[in-house]
Design a binder for this molecule. Sequence first.
Ligand code: 13P
Length: 491
Amino acid sequence: MSKDKYDVIIVGAGVSGCAVAWKLARYNLDILILEKAPDVATGTTKANTAIIHAGYNADPEKQKGRLNKKGNVQIKDIVEDLSVPFEQIGSLVVGMEDDDLSVIDELLEKGKENGVEGLEIVDKEWLQKEEPHLSDKAVRALWAPTAGIITPWEFALALAENAVANGAEIMLETEVQDVYTEDGKVTGVKTNQGDFAADYVINAAGLYADDVARMVGIEKIDIHPRKGEYYIYDHAKDFEINHVLFPIPTKISKGIVCTKTVEDNLLIGPTSDFVDSKEDLATTREGLDHVFNGAKKMFPDLTLKDSIRVFAGLRAADTTEDFVIEAAEDVAGFVNVAGIQSPGLSSAPAVADLVAEILENEGLTLEEKEDIIETREEPARFYEISNEERAAYAEEDKEYGQIICRCETVSLKEIKDAINGPIPARTVNAVKRRTRAGAGRCQGGFCGPRVTQIIADELGIDTTEVRLEKDNSKIVEHKIKGLLGSQGDAE
Ligand SMILES: O=C(CO)COP(=O)(O)O
């Protein structure tokens, strides 16, 4: 049941919007999050390098520089409270024999100015010991022990779930079509699900933040999507990387990164190419070759043998190449959280703090709730526990004993819980993000039809209505007898 009026409406449930909701839900406020996709984290948040950066890359005078280090520090407590997979494995910016090694010293200085702790220049011997597969042309590196890896969509989901636990409302598949103003002040939004009144509107619409800003007449935000292509490897591989490894950065990119993920996959990428369309998520032969060649420079023995998927993400880059987090000058109650590209994931809690500060300056009263829920119950994660632990779960509920995704060992119960969770999974990819069903070597070749059927059964819809992700991404066109199990009658 929606309210007559909200204090704050947040447009967009990527990691920035979810972090703002998480922060604001700690106060006595009526909050509504509006997301046009069927799930949280389906834009830039779901397809990036999944890194919590230390904070030495951006200039101290940029918002990016100021917020990254702060977010990095905050995230360590948040992942504990909200049970988000995170590992502080540290990062290296690696200089090769032919590189301009002075860049490493510049990054060290910038890092110090940004207040990053533990930075150190390491030599070839250190590198060979820590990263045995690394090229012997690697001579010097900047070591940042505070960098880490995270599951980005689970981070966003956990923030949103905690916001909901603390009273925020979220509406998915709800697209903001206009922002209403009266006498130079925000009064609410028009959506495909009706109108909602609010005193404050936060524009965290990612790639579409310029379109939303334009709804109140702001022209200065200009989002140019910049594509990043990636390879991801199976966790069953014979090639281990221990840290996040960056090459010497270029002017607009940190370059081709090689890292492991929290789930122990290997991830290489991204490219950095401006594209025209905000929906262009196609990978290209050229881009993928660039990724692999870049990674090979770092790790000459790397092959594509265990790669299981390629994908692309789009950075929501503003032409200023900085975050644009500010109250609108001419429209009271409208706050932009735009231009959030890397290190947006790392900065998310600091972005949320800044937004709270801006709202307070704009006249919103922030009064802390007395009974804030700080934690999130840890979901069962069969992929990371022992067989003994799995057996104990199955004792408790036999649906834990029914394994649906064999590559990642995901049980029927975990999938049903995801579909019936606090922010319910409605699509095959939403189930994958919450459980890892389909994220393994076969990429859903075996479990995909079963997951589709489970979603249909739980939601009481036909399998032909189940979608992969958003829009009209239906999976099953027609049913033929028996295709998807018991309900697959010919039609
Ligand atoms: O690795 C990245 C972010 O985590 C990519 O960074 P860039 O956007 O600088 O290429």
